[in-house]
Design a protein. Structure first.
Length: 751
């Protein structure tokens, strides 16, 4: 009975729940594959095409999604037995992921392995009643069911929870911690810690914001970041939506609209680039409802709110007023009965009484929600931020962000804060602000405005000018520059391809790579000849970027350019192109099949690498044939290696730190430095030494360890900042992400 009730509850816990249940439109959530573990004693022989030039960006997964960087399913991650901190921006799908898992586990889906038999306890911390805590932790867990008027007997439910907690058979799916301000999070962490202490052996999956990772250490969570949807996921979502919409239209008198898959694919290739699942949902819903106001992200918000508050007079003004009060107090919820004390500018056109009178209707329409003790808030942080930004001065927003950096809504409000009439001088002010912060300077913060900025904004030219300077600045870390470039490339702003062309003409390899990545995103097909030339560049990383850019054009001419590189480029570039062709299920696969029979042994060998990426029965049979019958031993060896590695993708899966004192590379590093490894702390001290004094391989391995437990790198910020000057992109990526993690732990990162 409980599993069925949980199934029903979580099926309705999503943005479009009034239209259809979650399972009808769900896309199986995926985890971004982190930069693989690096072991100097046993390096990985062949990594994915995107491994170096498309870095792991936990807070900006759109770039990895566009270029199809490796992912694993979230159920594969939980089967590893780790307690997971699920990291993602608001709108990335954290709540969807937890609800999807609750649905699947409640139905005992056998694909989840042993976890299908665990008892799922879904919990949003905003519903956590701590008035009986610490005397009765289980009673606090069942408060949500009281509020949802369940038919379950609460006493029996408490007994079920307790029985399974004692048996170590519970998986907790904890949501909402990512929306709690850092100064209020301690009480929830203490409750979860005490729960783990009293009932050890149960598993936890906890949603976290990339800007506040303070829960990692006390809850012993392994940080994993959600992936955004790639184009195939977006198309699959639209097909499911289309089917569900036609079904719902008969029930809700909604507009019936049959959008063929090829039209949907074209739509998303043009306007779906870089969007989060939340943003994609708004855009698709507006398309089907027929009320899209424009192409800008803000237009999608306006369409959604207009739809949800139809015929509710002054609803948008009321939402602005409520958002203003929430923002003032820097808390996600306010008490409905004591609503007031607003900044007068937020309610010039509507009284507080009118706002209070509208609250029940806004709750009923699904824009607001009500929880414990008459607390109300917005159903989604992005919607709150959109309204909160309407009555805020951008300069004040910037100051508040600096004061309370770890609360994600402040980042969202900053994103929406610039208005059409903002003085361009403010853009310069933002770039000057936080100039000494290594990881998130004003340029990166300002780049987020591009997403909501139509071309008529007066300040846009100045912003583009300053961003162009930052992207071309070779003194800045590659990991920072590619973050800014990603925001620019996905903005859809006219004319930005000229900057990418300029970068491609540079003599500096990293600039060329950035230009090629940007060109691939914007689809600069008119510059295809210059892009294709870089398949013959001496730097393999430039070859990778050119190959990926061409593959995203998806035209006859781009395939011909890739074929030319496959046949005539250097041996290493041939392999790169072959692996790119493996991403194309149609023409690319045909080329690789034919390539296995071409006279040139270098082409046949490259085909092996491409075929091994396809991982289908026919491709593996062809590789096996080459391993036995090809006339060149280099091809036979490559094919044999591919067969032995075909089932070994262990590098994709996260691994916990088991026994640092027996880690082979660290033991050897200790011997090189004439020291021993006594206890665990001395082992970590040695890892710190490796960051500053080790060789390149040892630095990589040390940074990788700290990436799993960033709170152990508190004393290393200066050494890590120095590593940002390294020309090694893998070291640069690990160092930059570690600094981001330290900042999200509340550590001030300065030059």
């Amino acid at each position: 009975m409980y599993r069925q009730e949980l199934f029903q509850l979580t099926q309705a816990n999503h943005l479009a729940s009034d239209l259809f249940p979650l399972s009808e439109i769900t896309i199986i959530p995926k985890i971004q594959v982190q930069t693989p573990d690096y072991d100097p004693e046993n390096p990985i022989s062949h990594l994915p095409l995107t491994n170096e030039i498309i870095p792991y960006l936990p807070e900006l997964p759109s770039l990895a999604a566009f270029y199809n960087s490796p992912t694993i399913r979230v159920d594969e991650a939980i089967e590893l037995g780790l307690n997971i901190g699920l990291i993602g921006r608001s709108g990335s799908g954290k709540t969807h992921t937890l609800n999807w898992l609750a649905v699947e586990i409640s139905q005992r889906n056998p694909q989840l392995g042993s976890f299908s038999e665990r008892l799922p306890i879904y919990l949003n911390v905003s519903n956590l009643d701590l008035k009986n805590y610490p005397s009765d932790k289980v009673r606090s867990l069942t408060q949500m069911w009281d509020d949802n008027q369940t038919i379950l007997n609460i006493k029996e439910l408490q007994g079920l929870f307790k029985k399974n907690l004692i048996a170590r058979n519970v998986i907790f799916l904890i949501d909402g911690l990512d929306e709690v301000p850092n100064d209020q999070i301690e009480k929830y962490l203490k409750f979860i810690q005490d729960l783990r202490s009293e009932y050890p052996g149960n598993k936890f999956l906890v949603s976290l914001s990339p800007f506040d990772l303070s829960a990692l250490e006390p809850l012993n969570l392994y940080p994993l970041s959600l992936a955004y949807w790639n184009v195939e996921d977006q198309v699959n979502f639209s097909v499911k939506w289309n089917t569900a919409w036609k079904k719902a239209s008969k029930l809700h008198s909604a507009k019936d609209m049959d959008t063929p898959e090829f039209i949907t694919r074209k739509l998303f290739l043009e306007s779906g680039k870089g969007l989060s699942p939340f943003e994609m949902t708004l855009k698709l819903w507006g398309l089907y409802a027929g009320d899209i106001f424009g192409e800008n992200l803000c237009n999608d918000f306006d369409s959604y709110i207009g739809r949800q508050t139809h015929k509710l007079k002054n609803a948008p003004l009321a939402l602005e007023a409520i958002a203003a009060q929430i923002y003032q107090q820097q808390k996600p919820l306010i008490n409905e009965k004591v609503f007031g004390g607003l900044n007068k500018s937020a309610i010039d056109e509507i009284s507080q009484r009118a706002v209070r009178n509208l609250i029940p209707a806004l709750i009923n329409r699904g824009v607001l929600h009500k929880i414990l003790n008459n607390q109300i808030g917005f159903v989604h942080s992005n919607i709150f931020a959109y309204f909160a930004a309407k009555n805020q001065n951008p300069s004040d927003v910037l100051k508040m962000l600096d004061q309370n950096f770890q609360w994600e809504p402040n980042h969202l409000i900053h994103q929406f804060s610039p208005k059409s009439n903002v003085d361009p001088e403010f853009i310069d002010q933002c770039f000057r602000s936080n100039k000494t912060i290594t990881t998130r300077p004003g340029s990166l913060l300002a780049s987020h405005w591009l997403k909501i900025s139509p071309d008529d904004k007066k300040w846009l030219p100045r912003l583009l000018q300053l961003i162009a300077v930052e992207i071309q600045n070779t003194q800045l870390p590659y990991s920072l520059r590619i973050r800014i470039l990603s925001q620019l490339a996905f903005s859809g702003i006219n004319g930005i391809r000229h900057l990418f062309r300029k970068l491609i003409q540079s003599s500096e390899s990293n600039n060329i790579i950035l230009g090629l990545i940007g060109a691939g995103i914007v689809g600069d097909i008119k510059n295809i000849d210059q892009i294709a030339e870089h398949l013959f560049h001496e730097n393999p990383l430039v070859n990778q970027a050119a190959s990926l850019a061409l593959s995203n054009f998806n035209t006859k001419e781009s395939i011909e350019k890739l074929l030319e590189g496959f046949l005539h480029a250097s041996d290493s570039a041939k392999i790169i192109v072959a692996e790119t062709l493996a991403l194309d299920d149609n023409t690319g696969h045909e080329i690789l099949r034919d390539g296995a029979e071409i006279e040139d042994p270098a082409v046949r060998r490259a085909s092996v690498f491409g075929l091994s990426r396809i991982r289908k029965e026919w491709s593996m049979e062809l590789i096996e044939d080459l391993s036995q019958n090809d006339r060149e031993w280099l091809v036979r060896i490559a094919a044999a290696d591919a067969l032995s590695l075909s089932s070994q993708e262990k590098w994709k899966y996260p691994t916990a730190i088991v026994n640092l004192k027996k880690t082979s590379w660290l033991v050897n590093f200790a011997a090189e430095n004439g020291v021993g490894i006594g206890n665990e702390q001395s082992a970590w001290d040695l890892v710190e030494t490796a960051v500053s004094k080790g060789n390149q391989q040892q630095k990589l391995a040390a940074l990788n360890l700290f990436g799993k437990v960033p709170y152990k790198a508190f004393n290393l910020s200066i050494e890590i900042i120095r590593l940002l000057n390294e020309n090694d992109l893998m070291i640069n990526e690990r160092a930059y992400n570690l600094l981001l993690s330290l900042q999200s732990l509340g550590i001030s990162i300065k030059h």
